[in-house]
Design a protein around this ligand. Structure first.
Ligand code: ADP
Ligand code: MG
Length: 395
């Protein structure tokens, strides 16, 4: 058993006095490229990381239709009647959430899954542990959703496939938590495979596995978690979404997916400067995802560095979602010899990634640490990741 599996099992015992019926887990993710394209019906290229959230889950023995959730993240468990889920969610906009925010992720999944399956199953106890850094842009939210959804799908015999479970996670996040996120994180966490990225068309939800071959190329991917906490459901994220919708409306298309790089001169004439730059980020980022997939297939991971660098510049200058810590991490990694680097995730904090020589982990890490110290930033959290398996039943 991994430490996280042990911790989830121990928490379940503490909560119930029993052993769980099973363990289910789902990973966090790193987005290799394709940022803020998902809610524009565009393309993304994430991969699942080794860090996972584990749900130890058991059907209640007393036959009572209640769901209880505990997490090592929270001091107190939360318990609600399954029949009440539909009255708690969706959470009305502007209203106080009916349960603590963290509990809205697993309980929102229970609600959305019961709705998709047409019924809730038996009462359950859920104990959650995780080694996915929270709020770092590595999608601890999709990990908790994916672990819970996988467990309830099995224990309630709902028979839903992975894409359906990803949609359920997104619905929980959008409508129970109130965070207006796209589908990328959930699809990456559900569908991840070792050594592959997931090339996802967010319009059709068609997913193709693209071999990354990072280790074969003698490379490694370094995550540089700035420890600057992003707040997804507030402010900047919603404002960026609104700009994208405005841009699409001005162009007369359903979404920015339908705008190509060749349309940008016309977009520039029609829009104010800020809206145009938001649009230009999304349109060029979609193209960079397509270029990255082609480059990976034709030339391998060594050749994608410049695309990562261009993606970061676009997020920093056009979409304006970077912060000094992210820029410092990217610049320091590149100066220390990284082939490419970019912030990953929704922005306003969180993590950046660097594609580096496998034998340069220490050199690059030292350089990033030194740059943070020189800028007076608190030390970043640096670690390498390999593309890993998606959601699964562990035991
Ligand atoms: P990210 O997905 O980048 O880590 P989010 O803000 O989307 O950041 O999601 C983080 C939130 O998800 C946490 O604040 C918490 O509410 C919830 N969460 C994530 N992991 C856990 C966990 N193991 N236990 C309880 N809640 C969790
Ligand atoms: Mg998240």
């Amino acid at each position: 058993m991994t430490d996280t599996q042990d911790t989830a099992t121990a928490l379940f015992r503490e909560l119930t006095g029993r052993t769980p019926d099973g363990l289910w887990s789902a990973p966090g993710r790193v987005n290799l490229i394709g940022e803020h394209t998902d809610y524009n019906d565009g393309f993304v290229l994430p991969f699942a990381i080794p860090h996972r959230t584990v749900a130890a889950v058991g059907i209640r023995e007393d036959g009572i239709g209640r769901v209880r959730v505990a997490s090592t993240f929270a001091a107190e468990p939360v318990e609600v009647a399954l029949d009440d889920l539909a009255t708690l969610f969706p959470t009305a906009t502007g209203s106080e959430p009916a349960v603590p925010e963290w509990a809205a992720y697993p309980l929102g999944v229970a609600w959305a899954l019961a709705e998709a399956a047409g019924r809730a199953g038996a009462g359950v106890d859920i104990a959650i542990a995780s080694d996915v850094p929270v709020g770092a842009g590595l999608s601890s939210s999709a990990a908790i959703e994916g672990a819970t959804a996988s467990a309830l799908n099995d224990l309630w015999n709902a028979g839903l496939d992975k894409t359906a479970l990803a949609r359920i996670g997104r619905k929980a996040e959008n409508e129970a938590v109130g965070a207006p996120t796209g589908i990328m994180d959930q699809m990456a966490s559900m569908l991840g495979e070792p050594d592959a990225a997931i090339f996802l068309d967010c319009r059709s939800l068609e997913a193709q596995l693209v071999p990354l071959g990072v280790a074969e190329a003698g490379l490694a991917i370094l995550v540089m978690d700035t420890r600057v906490k992003h707040a997804h459901s507030t402010g900047g994220y919603g404002e960026r979404r609104a700009s994208c919708e405005r841009g699409a409306a001005i162009m007369g298309v359903p979404s920015l997916r339908d705008v190509s790089v060749g349309d940008l001169p016309r977009a520039e004439e029609l829009m104010d400067d800020v809206t145009f730059r938001r649009v230009r980020h999304v349109v060029t980022e979609n193209q960079r995802v397509l270029d990255t997939v082609r480059t990976l297939r034709e030339q391998g991971a060594r050749a994608i560095g410049d695309l990562l660098v261009a993606s970061h510049a676009s997020m920093r200058d056009d979409f304006e979602i970077s912060v000094p810590e992210l820029d410092t991490a990217v610049e320091a990694a590149l100066a220390a010899g990284a082939l490419g680097a970019r912030m990953t995730g929704g922005g306003f904090g969180g993590a950046a990634i660097a594609l580096i020589e496998a034998d340069a982990v220490e050199t690059v890490s030292d350089a990033v640490n030194a740059a943070f110290a020189a800028s007076g930033f608190s030390a970043p959290h640096l670690f390498t990741v390999t593309p890993s398996a998606g959601a699964q039943r562990d035991a």
